[in-house]
Design a protein around this ligand. Structure first.
Ligand SMILES: [Zn+2]
Length: 272
């Protein structure tokens, strides 16, 4: 379908998983980190002495549920000072504009996704067309290694481009029950309909995805909190006190690498 034929807020050809918009009560993870997303899309709240940091607002239609969850953790909305973005797709960033309106938070995102966030047009070329989302102003663009600090708590950006050019993973150190832990919020590394061959809007996509998967596989992570929570069984692990799992991120990246190479082969054969 030509991009011009796509309405302003087009929906995907296949319906979204119902879990993406199913509300769920917030729950504690480790240290200052709470789960405040829906069942199927993660939003993470980091509480600090000077307010809170939110990682992803999820979809536009989820903002009421996510703000309810934030308040339920004891954080008034005006205390959410920063909104950190994983990547510029409607399921993770579609709610950013409404979240900024509700909280006044400043948006921090990977430099490679700023144009997409500020236009509401996702980057790259995909097999499912263009799914627009409400645009949002980015207060600060980050690159690999940049730090974001609030109330004595620092999150560091790990540039993991590929799924989108500005796809950003975040990492922080926490102390939980006296134990120091490194937490990683990995950005998506799935192909997920991205055109790998002849992607004129994102020519380095293949090399970027490979590099990012290898990079994340090497990152030490005691706790892995992805933005599609089922990938790490976040709810079950939290309930069963199994969040500390240092071998989880390399295992996830092994599977992601295999999925990526298989999809690359498929697209190469298709393009022949
Ligand atoms: Zn995505």
């Amino acid at each position: 379908m030509a991009a011009v034929a796509v309405p302003t807020f087009a929906t995907a050809a296949t319906p979204n998983p119902p879990a993406w918009t199913t509300p769920t009560a917030p729950y504690h993870l480790v240290g200052p980190i709470w789960y405040v997303g829906t069942q199927g899309l993660a939003a993470y709240l980091v509480r600090t002495r000077d307010g809170a940091i939110l990682l992803d607002a999820t979809m536009a239609e989820n903002v009421a549920a996510v703000t309810r969850n934030i308040r339920a953790t004891g954080v008034p909305l005006h205390r959410v000072k920063l909104l950190l973005v994983s990547h510029a797709h409607f399921d993770h960033a579609g709610g950013d504009a409404a979240m900024v309106h509700a909280t006044g938070a400043a948006v921090v995102a990977g430099a490679g996704d700023v144009a997409a966030l500020e236009s509401g047009i996702p980057p790259g070329e995909t097999s499912y067309g263009v799914i627009r989302f409400p645009p949002v102003r980015v207060a600060r663009a980050v690159r690999d290694g940049d730090r974001v600090t609030l109330g004595g708590t620092t999150l560091t950006a790990i540039a993991t481009p590929g799924h989108t050019p500005g796809c950003t993973s975040w990492t922080m150190r926490v102390v939980d029950h006296g134990r120091p832990l490194r937490v990683i919020f990995p950005c998506s590394v799935s192909v997920a309909g991205n055109r790998l061959i002849g992607n004129r809007r994102y020519p380095t996509i293949v090399a970027d995805l490979r590099t990012s998967i290898a990079r994340l596989a090497r990152e030490p992570a005691d706790v892995v909190l992805p933005f599609h929570p089922e990938q790490a069984d976040v709810r079950a692990r939290a309930a069963e006190h199994r969040l500390i799992a240092p071998s989880l991120l390399p295992a996830l990246m092994r599977t992601a690498g295999e999925d990526f190479e298989r999809e690359l082969t498929r697209q190469r054969e298709e393009a022949r």
